[in-house]
Design a protein around this ligand. Sequence first.
Ligand SMILES: Nc1nc2c(c(=O)[nH]1)N[C@H]1C(S)=C(S)[C@@H](COP(=O)(O)OP(=O)(O)OC[C@H]3O[C@@H](n4cnc5c(=O)[nH]c(N)nc54)[C@H](O)[C@@H]3O)O[C@H]1N2
Ligand SMILES: Nc1nc2c(c(=O)[nH]1)N[C@H]1C(S)=C(S)[C@@H](COP(=O)(O)OP(=O)(O)OC[C@H]3O[C@@H](n4cnc5c(=O)[nH]c(N)nc54)[C@H](O)[C@@H]3O)O[C@H]1N2
Ligand SMILES: [Mo]
Length: 809
Amino acid sequence: MTNHWVDIKNADVILIMGGNAAEAHPCGFKWVTEAKAHNKARLIVVDPRFTRSASVADYYVQIRTGTDIVFLGGVIRWLLENDRIQHEYVKNYTDLTFIVREDYQFKDGIFSGYDAEKRHYLKESWDWEKGDDGYVKTDPTLQHPRCVYQLLKAHYARYTPEMVERVCGTPQDRFLKVCEMMASTATPSRAMTIMYALGWTQHSIGSQMIRCGAMVQLLLGNIGIAGGGMNALRGHSNIQGLTDLGLMTNLLPGYLTLPADSEVDYDKYIEARSFKPLRPNQLSYWQNYGKFHVSLMKAWWGPAATRENNWAFDYLPKLDKAYDMLQVFELMHAGRVNGYILQGFNPLAAAPNKAKLLQSLSQLKFMVVMDPLATETSEFWRNVGESNDVDTKSIKTEVFRLPTTCFAEENGALVNSSRWLQWHWQGADPPGEARSDIEIMSDLWLRIRTLYQKDGGKYPDPIVNLHWPYAVPHSPTPEELAKEYSGRALTDLVDPKDPTKVVRKAGEQLNSFGELQADGSTASGCWIYCGSWTQAGNQMAKRDNSDPTGIGQNLNWAWSWPANRRVLYNRASCDVNGKPFNPGRKLIAWNGKSWTGFDTPDFKLDEDPANGMGPFIMQAEGVARFFARQTLVEGPFPEHYEPFENPLGYNPLNGRESKVVSNPAARVFKNDWAQFGKPDAYPVIATTYRLTEHFHYWTKHAHINAILQPEQFVEIGEDLAKQVGVNAGDRVKVSSTRGYIKAVALVTKRIKPFRIDGKTVHMVGIPLHWGFTGLTKPGFLANTLTPFVGDGNTQTPEFKSFMVKVERA
Ligand SMILES: Nc1nc2c(c(=O)[nH]1)N[C@H]1C(S)=C(S)[C@@H](COP(=O)(O)OP(=O)(O)OC[C@H]3O[C@@H](n4cnc5c(=O)[nH]c(N)nc54)[C@H](O)[C@@H]3O)O[C@H]1N2
Ligand SMILES: Nc1nc2c(c(=O)[nH]1)N[C@H]1C(S)=C(S)[C@@H](COP(=O)(O)OP(=O)(O)OC[C@H]3O[C@@H](n4cnc5c(=O)[nH]c(N)nc54)[C@H](O)[C@@H]3O)O[C@H]1N2
Ligand SMILES: [Mo]
């Protein structure tokens, strides 16, 4: 979230699109209720289904799965056409005035630089035109034909209300009503928040959907202000912590990145990430990359990370490609993976294309499952179901199960969607032989280190030199680890202006990442967490919920990264002179000498607004980008591409004749192309989602949840049910090219057919919670049906839009 849960109560308009917060985030949803009750906020829900969120909305609009870019692109066009944008904001705080290179082009659904054979773009032309001074050229009059404003207008010219109706199936009048409601927040005194989750991420163009939403928010001046923002509602209670700590295969903690294969030179690695400002007087905060990186390496390898060995740079793995879930199972499927450790992961249930998953897991020599429960994956070899994807007798995989504790049985921090690190305390002792994840991992590592120390090996240095300063080596405490993430001084730190003055003694915890150094004198395991555990103690354990601000900026409740900042880009809540756009919801303000207010400002307290430093300090430009210069794989502006399985077989935005249908830059593995179903054989759209009564695949192990939702069902609209010949309670068989499931038919008015480019298309909804372990009635895994393709950038699977056939079972 750019903002935070409590802040939702400040919104005047709330758009829930690409998520179902009332169902999947029922506790956080109370802030929507607050906004409606105390702020007369209007709630808009845009969803293919009439959901629990829709049931309390002021305005509900149906949209076909996978078409949100057409809808949002239509909003962008309408806002520009009707001049309902916040001029002062976009002119000063975005790239609309920036000029793009001459060779940039967009034609027939494809951007310049496309290599059709490799399904890959060369992104050179997606860049700024620079002057001799090295800075981007701009045109404050917005007249230049290649300024971002003009390119944006041209790009979305095709996204008319007629097109929205044709592609999304959303009637024009309803679409226009949403445009009006959103546009009411283009004035400085009103704010709209966008709440989204998997309805946007789980598509082959998911990242671009989210970008498109952010672009709408920028045009309306809704980023950086109270009650505004782009608010990703995260999933597992600590999934925000997972990405923060660099558990994605291409990341290091704090969104630092692993070097690529080709990056053997340490200085070049750092330089490539320390972006120089692209406009005068900008901060470009990533210039501090070296300080964060060296401090991380000191935390990991301690005395073994020295200036001489480039702070142990060679200890880091170098990536030939990202090893996302789809990539890993592809390799496993090809027999190229021997062993696999699953720590709190149930991929047989959670990953797409169960048959492929089964075949993949069956190729392993060994599998280690760290989990408090018996999962489908830990028992994959039972080969339950009717499709007989593998023969149990042929499986040679040895499975080791290591029972773990779960969060309630240990101390620690959970990071919520608001970026708050909240400390929690153990509530019960773990049962049986369960051990904490930390203990299991530590013990494993200690034994592996011993083996390397004894037997040597190809390159044992990173393993034998790992810094392990914990009091009990086989069981570091959560407190020790939390202090390490936050960071401390390794030698006395002095005032740069007066080297005789020691500002931080060796061994002391640091106050903030502003203290981190690139000379080995500081260590911090995750720079964005620096300050979460200071000399004053554990900031995450703060529990003062008083709100002197009146707008829910509870700065003494837990600790928010970065620097306890609650609203990211909060500088954008003020005009260029530092005066709040909306004094009634002030976050910060410039008082002539200093920034003051209710949040941690983005930069130094005495940064005079007259210097013109932009609010978007993580960008080299200092401003927010409409034109995503060379960042995403499929282009600098979001463009609509159809899901890989789609109901028409063509992209109605480009017309029947065009060959450009689905994301031209999404990765598809060779053998999966043939597995995409065509609409003649698989005419019904399917989407998968969750229910309040279950959490994924685990709560079916708990009696109370199993009683609440005991049996698998599929939601079917009344028209389709009639066509198929099923009544409520009958069983249906739903098949894709990859397999089938059978479940009870829940016939509902909540799912209505779509009218797409003149054709009537039906949809079924499949809750994902069932499987063959636990206390609920055994069910089929929903992911028997889903396709093996992901978002072009993140590789998040396309779980939300695929094609099936529905029959009576
Ligand atoms: N009770 C409960 N709560 C949970 C979870 C759980 O299992 N149970 N899981 C947690 C996790 S890990 C996550 S990631 C979050 C997920 O939170 P959500 O994303 O809110 O959950 P989903 O149920 O997957 O639903 C997404 C919604 O998107 C809609 N949708 C599908 N396709 C599209 C589309 O193309 N456009 C638009 N606009 N909407 C679309 C679906 O109809 C559905 O209503 O929930 C978390 N909360
Ligand atoms: N079709 C379809 N598929 C989906 C989705 C969808 O919307 N549609 N959603 C996707 C999403 S968003 C997600 S997040 C995934 C979820 O996929 P997974 O994360 O694989 O599934 P979960 O069942 O949430 O959790 C995995 C295991 O973690 C264990 N666990 C809990 N606490 C601990 C702990 O402290 N330590 C350890 N070691 N284990 C623990 C649980 O017992 C559980 O078995 O599913 C994805 N799959
Ligand atoms: Mo999730």
